[in-house]
Design a protein around this ligand. Structure first.
Ligand code: F6P
Length: 342
């Protein structure tokens, strides 16, 4: 019997379970694979913490948020022994290869492991939508929907109190969630890391909305850097992949904007709410297709690749290409949204 391992690693996002189901069912029904899962990402590989994944284990899970396998930000290459414990694990369990579902950090580790001969297929996952080689990552659509619902609620309380409301969304170094949720909620200003804006300009947009009797709404991405400052707000150090932990810029903006405009202002950090809950239908479909495609890639021995969405097709791209570019919000898209600010 052919065997594959599967793991979910890095920050979770809605749709992980649909990928697992797509892979296990597609693998069993079309390619004759059986699966084992590693618990909590690379930690499960290093600690030999595994569970069998027969067909019945994935019954009905595509609508569930989170991941039945658990996840962690364990970096397999930071532990003693480098890639060796990973290849030992594959050998011990008689695995043909590994499907690693993860974001930029996970895929970077997968590429290094792949360069040492370990057979890996990547599946791109992140609410941030920041991977260049795929048109959309699953998880993004759900995060935008969740943020939109939350911001709609902030609007009604803002209107009752005639306040300026600031909603801070995730997205790491890109403004995709802010842009989409901001357009969807009719924000009076959207602030993203890709585009510098002075606080005076933000205050002008806020004042303009307020002058028309509206409760101003500002949607800000966690890595937004106001003009005049040189790095995103990151008071909480680095994560295990050495990346700054973001969050909290809206609290600074609350004070600064209230000072500049004289309008009572309240900030809300939406935080991990955006990563939780049930995936949207769009995400379930994309995740299921990516899971099935990952197994097809394994069956075709396309190791060292990542499955990705191009238009409506699922294709495979090399892990090198997959990690080449961070997908940032193009200036033209931002300028289009900006036409409606204020
Ligand atoms: O990459 C997904 C993400 O949610 C980012 O948007 C955010 O900056 C980060 O992960 C938060 O990470 P953690 O869950 O480790 O706090």
């Amino acid at each position: 019997m052919k065997r594959l391992g599967i793991l979910t690693s890095g920050g979770d996002c809605p749709g992980l379970n649909a990928v697992i189901r797509g892979a296990v069912l597609g693998g069993a029904l079309t390619h004759g694979y059986e699966f084992i899962g590693f618990r909590d990402g690379w930690r499960g590989v290093l600690d030999d913490d595994v569970l069998p994944l027969p067909r019945r284990a994935v019954r009905g899970i595509s609508r569930l948020g989170g991941t039945i396998l658990g996840t962690s930000r364990t970096n397999p290459l930071k532990e003693d022994g480098g890639p060796a414990p990973v290849s030992d694990s594959l050998r011990r369990h008689g695995l043909d290869g590994l499907i690693a579902i993860g974001g930029e950090g996970t895929l970077a580790a997968a590429r290094i492991l792949s360069d040492t001969g370990i057979k890996v297929i990547g599946v791109p996952k992140t609410i941030d939508n920041d991977l260049g080689a795929t048109d959309f990552t699953f998880g993004f659509d759900t995060a935008v929907q969740t943020a939109t619902e939350a911001i709609d609620r902030l609007r009604t309380t803002g209107e009752s109190h005639h306040r300026c409301m600031i909603a801070e969304v995730m997205g790491r170094n890109t403004g995709w969630i802010a842009l989409h949720a901001g357009i969807a909620t009719g924000a009076h200003a959207i602030l993203i890391p890709e585009h510098r804006v002075t606080l005076n300009q933000v205050a002008a947009w806020v004042n303009s909305a307020n002058d028309r009797g509206r409760a101003p709404l500002v949607v800000v991405a966690e890595a937004f850097v106001p003009a005049g400052q040189d790095a995103p707000y990151s008071p909480r150090g680095l994560d295990t992949f050495g990346r700054p932990r973001l969050g909290g810029i809206s609290m600074l903006l609350e004070q600064q904007l209230q000072g500049l405009t004289g309008i009572e202002t309240r900030a809300t950090v939406l935080g991990h709410i955006q990563r939780g809950g049930e995936p949207t239908a769009f995400n379930r479909v994309l995740a299921t297709r990516l899971g099935m495609a990952a197994v097809r890639a394994a069956a075709a021995a396309e190791w060292g690749t990542m499955v990705s969405l191009r238009g409506t097709d699922i294709i495979t791209v090399g892990l090198d290409e997959a990690l080449e570019t961070i997908k940032t919000v193009p200036e033209s898209l931002y300028l289009e949204a900006e036409e409606l600010f204020g």
